[in-house]
Design a protein around this ligand. Structure first.
Ligand SMILES: NC(=O)c1ccc[n+]([C@@H]2O[C@H](COP(=O)([O-])OP(=O)(O)OC[C@H]3O[C@@H](n4cnc5c(N)ncnc54)[C@H](O)[C@@H]3O)[C@@H](O)[C@H]2O)c1
Length: 256
């Protein structure tokens, strides 16, 4: 428990699992009121239960982040529930399928773009509008190591996560004078259901071994490592930091 986000209110997307659940718990432990959002009711409600069991305050709002109308509702619901939007952790994502670019159909490319990149645009658009009205705030988008370097066999995700880095820089510039900071985290391989799914899809190819071998610190990150970075970037301790993409990857990108 710390008080980095005391008396703040905000939202976390994709908060029903992995990094998003750890993020929602970390914001609540830091003293914030948290809107827990996910496309899945059951997993989002379970995150609320976990926060409340620790004495924190949280409310579930269902949202498919690939739908702008639902994202607008999510931002409105945060403001009407807690009176303000001080922070947002735009984290929901989907890693798609693993195949070389010549084998990827346009519908798959479109879906991965919608869930990762369009969603981040929708979130930023509606969040900055709410934050301008209340005098400022801080936003963290979840990119990826795949947003900073090339990753074989994952073109749509690779492109979407690079796009999030660009959107982060742009929105930081557009809204700096309004007191809104916008940063991203770039997780390396992190122990979560998404990572397990990637390992399963690539079983027998040596993927798991090559992922671990490429991490200088020799182990996967934990969801809490990403969550702590997101909370710190949203806190006043990072008050002069905007437009950056912070790698949380055990040194992976430095070794590329
Ligand atoms: N785990 C990793 O190794 C890793 C590495 C780099 C980046 N990331 C990124 O971190 C973020 C979280 O990943 P994770 O590993 O915790 O994955 P996860 O699969 O454990 O959790 C993702 C959550 O997002 C939700 N979600 C999926 N589609 C959604 C939609 N359209 N609208 C709203 N919610 C939706 C899911 O229901 C789930 O609760 C993603 O953006 C992912 O791309 C993960």
């Amino acid at each position: 428990m710390n008080n980095l986000m005391q008396d703040k209110a905000g939202l976390v997307t994709g908060a029903g699992s992995g990094i998003g659940r750890a993020g929602a718990l970390a914001f609540a432990r830091a003293g914030a009121n948290v809107i827990v959002s996910d496309i899945s009711d059951d997993s989002g409600l379970e995150t609320v239960r976990l926060i409340e069991a620790e004495g924190g305050a949280a409310t579930f709002v269902r949202c498919d982040v690939s739908d702008e109308t639902q994202v607008a509702h999510l931002v409105d619901a945060t403001v009407s529930t807690y009176g303000q939007l001080d922070f947002a952790f735009n984290n929901a994502g989907y890693n798609g399928v693993f195949a070389p670019v010549g084998e990827i159909d346009a519908a798959t490319f479109d879906r991965v773009m919608k869930i990762n990149l369009y969603s981040t645009f929708y979130c930023l658009k509606h969040q900055v509008t709410a934050m301008v009205d209340s005098g400022g705030g801080a936003i963290v988008n979840t990119s990826s190591a795949a947003g900073v370097v090339g990753v074989a066999n994952n073109a749509p995700y690779n492109a979407a996560k690079h796009g999030i880095v660009g959107l982060t820089r742009n929105t930081a510039l557009d809204y700096a004078k309004h007191g809104i900071r916008v940063n991203a985290i770039a997780p390396g391989a992190t122990s979560s259901p998404m990572m397990s799914n990637a390992f399963d899809q690539n079983e027998g190819t040596g993927f798991r071994e090559s992922v671990l071998a490429a991490i200088p610190m020799g182990k996967l990150s934990e969801p809490e490592d990403q969550a702590n970075a997101a909370v710190w970037l949203c806190s006043d301790q990072a008050r002069m930091i905007t437009g950056v993409t912070l790698s949380v990857d055990g040194g992976y990108v430095s070794g590329r």
